[in-house]
Design a protein around this ligand. Structure first.
Ligand SMILES: [Zn+2]
Length: 100
């Protein structure tokens, strides 16, 4: 584990501030709505309207949903690391960790 130090006074006496859970919760709900299962159901529904076999629509949905899930995980991890804030006990400055 990388030791994180204060960018202002280089002290390692740091307190982790809690991430902004409210915003993250909304994001997680949104990502849940785009899961492969949800996309497959949407694909089957759309395939009926577009007059193509439901299995084809379902497969497309799974592939699209799987791709979205990979993108979503990257967004989520980026969002979480962006919200990782520290408070320095040495100089009372707060900062966002640059250590991934
Ligand atoms: Zn400091």
């Amino acid at each position: 584990m990388t030791q994180i130090t204060c960018p202002f006074c280089h002290s390692d006496n740091l307190v982790t501030l809690s991430p902004q859970q409210a915003g993250l919760g909304q994001l997680e709900v949104l990502l849940e709505a785009m899961s492969p299962a949800a996309m497959a159901a949407l694909g089957v529904k759309l395939s009926r309207q577009l007059d193509i076999p439901p299995i084809v629509g379902g497969l497309i949905g799974v592939v699209v949903g799987g791709g979205l899930m990979l993108v979503n995980q990257q967004i989520l991890s980026k969002y979480q690391s962006l919200n990782h804030r520290y408070l320095c006990n040495g100089c009372q400055n707060s900062f966002v960790s640059v250590a991934a």
